[in-house]
Every structure is written in C-alpha cells, then in structure tokens.
Design a protein. Structure first.
Length: 309
C-alpha cells in the first residue's frame, strides 16, 4: 500500500474507536476567526438557526477569536476541543497553512474536521496526505463578478487599486486574483495592492495611502466589506466621494445603506448562514454514515451572488 493510502487509512482507523463510544447526540463545534466581524455574526446565526431546528440531533458550540490574526488563540481553542473529545469540528482558519498541524492532530484524535470560508492550502494538505473538506463559494468568481460590475462604469485604462486581506489567507489571494482578472479583461490599469488586514481601520489607512499615491485613482476593489467601509471613509476624508468607485465582498448588514447611497458600488453575498448549514449537514451525514476523514466529500460549493448599488 502506498504511503498516502496507508496514512489516510490510519487516520480513519484512529477516528472510530472514540466515535463508537460517543453519545447518541454528536458534538459540533464551530470555531471562527473573528467573533467581532459581522460576517461571522451572520454565520453564527445560521448555525444556531439550524441547531434550533434540529436540536435533538446534535449539540452545538460556537467559539472563536476576536481578531482575524489571532492564530495562536485559534490553535488553543482547537486543542481544547481535542481535549474534550468533540466529534465534529468546523473551522474558518485564521491562516490557511499554519493551522493545519493542529487540525491533523484533531483528525488523529477521532474528530471529523471541516473547513469553511477561508480555504486551507491544498499543497500543504497534500504534503500531509490528509483530506479536510472545504465548504464555501468560489472566492475568485465572486470577486470577478464584483470587479466586472464596478469597472464597467469606468473609462478604459482607468487606474484601479486592490486592498487585500492577509498574506496567509487563501481566500484573500483568490479574491485578488478575481479582481486582477476583471481589471485585465476591462483594459484597466492596476496601480498597486495594499494590505488591509480584513478590518476597517487598516482598510482606511491602506485606502488613504493608495489615494494619495495616485490622485486620479478611479476605483478601489476590496477583499471584504470591512475594508471597503474603511476605504469609503478615506474617500470621504479626501473629499473624493463620487469620483472613486468601491467594491467590497461579504454583504454584511451595514452595506445596505452604503450601497443605497452609492458610497460603495457593489459587493458579493457569499451567504455565511448557508455555509454554516451546509457544513453542519456534511459533518452530521458523515458522522451518521461512519465515514472516515478520508472518505468525506472533498468540496461542497455554496452560492455567491453579486449585490449592486
């Protein structure tokens, strides 16, 4: 038997002795990468709604860190889940690579592990010969749709900049790649990329820097809505409202008024509540069928929709 097949089989065999002795109601823990981000508030609401409708089927715990970059805190939460011998772990990772070792430890302890929102790095997973299913949309396609819509309102060869989330996040790169594709297709000029750390104040600071560097900048394409809101604040500070179009991603509740006023031109709704529901369903179905980690479905696509101003 090849090494990869042996390791996957071993991981699966490790899983079921503990699961066989588990209570009738499996435990599901959702670990988030930012409890203060409105996007994850909606995801939590989706998980709690599903649990309320199926409370007899499983127990639900929601946990997470406050800041998007608190990798150490997220690892501590997973370690605690392992110590409690949880059955199903759903995680939106703070980093697409660095969190993988503790997730492998969770699999080896007997947990079924499922990845949401920010995809784990495929090469890193392959190097460890482990399957961790991903539940979420195509971030590339969602960003491409936002970029296409925003840039259609500009003259050819207009100057555009991108505000990206975090260097260690696969979804940040995928969204920027979608924006780049839109920029190239629309015959626009990409002037710069700046990091906004997924948050409003860093997004505002990045936007101020980009706008001052390029006074005739026509659009800012942002990797999430928090950074887009910060960018809108920067545009207002520099008295450039109506002259710089802003694209976001997530469609958090605050976007409704900003889209209506056209302070933000478009965003993408990736339905975080549905992501939580799909992930819980995948976990429960796999648990009830006694699937091993290696036998679970590798990817479950969820919808993503363009939201226009």
């Amino acid at each position: 038997m090849r090494r990869r097949e042996f390791l996957l089989t071993s991981l699966g065999l490790l899983a079921w002795p503990r699961l066989a002795a588990a209570a009738a109601k499996p435990t599901v823990t959702l670990v988030l990468k930012s409890l203060k981000n409105p996007f994850f508030t909606v995801m939590t609401a989706g998980a709690r709604k599903h649990h309320a409708q199926h409370s007899g089927d499983y127990q639900l715990t929601v946990d997470g860190v406050q800041g998007e970059t608190d990798l150490a805190g997220q690892i501590r939460i997973v370690e605690a889940c392992i110590a409690r011998r949880e059955q199903i772990l759903l995680i939106t990772p703070a980093d697409s690579r660095a969190v993988i070792p503790v997730l492998i430890k969770a699999v080896q302890s007997g947990m079924l592990v499922i990845n949401l929102d920010n995809k784990l790095d495929d090469r890193a997973l392959a190097s460890h010969s482990v399957n961790i299913p991903f539940v979420g949309p195509s971030n590339f396609s969602g960003a491409r749709a936002v970029g296409d819509y925003v840039l259609r309102a500009l003259k050819p060869r207009s100057k555009v900049a991108i505000i990206e989330g975090l260097p260690g996040s696969i979804n940040a790169k995928a969204r920027s790649d979608g924006y780049r594709e839109a920029i190239a297709s629309a015959n626009m000029t990409l002037t710069a990329l700046a990091w906004g750390d997924w948050d409003r104040e860093p997004g505002r600071a990045a936007a101020l820097k980009l706008l001052k560097q390029t006074p005739d900048l026509a659009a800012l394409l942002c990797g999430n809505d928090n950074m887009a809101i910060g960018a809108a604040q920067a545009v207002t500070e520099l008295k450039r409202d109506g002259k710089v179009l802003i694209g976001g991603y997530d469609n958090i509740p605050e976007m409704t008024a900003l889209l209506a006023s056209k302070r933000i031109y478009a965003t993408a709704d990736q339905h975080p509540a549905l992501q939580a529901e799909y992930a819980i369903r995948l976990g429960l179905e796999s648990f009830n069928k006694r699937l091993t980690q290696s036998e679970m479905q590798n990817i479950v696509r969820t919808p993503v929709d363009l939201v226009k101003s």
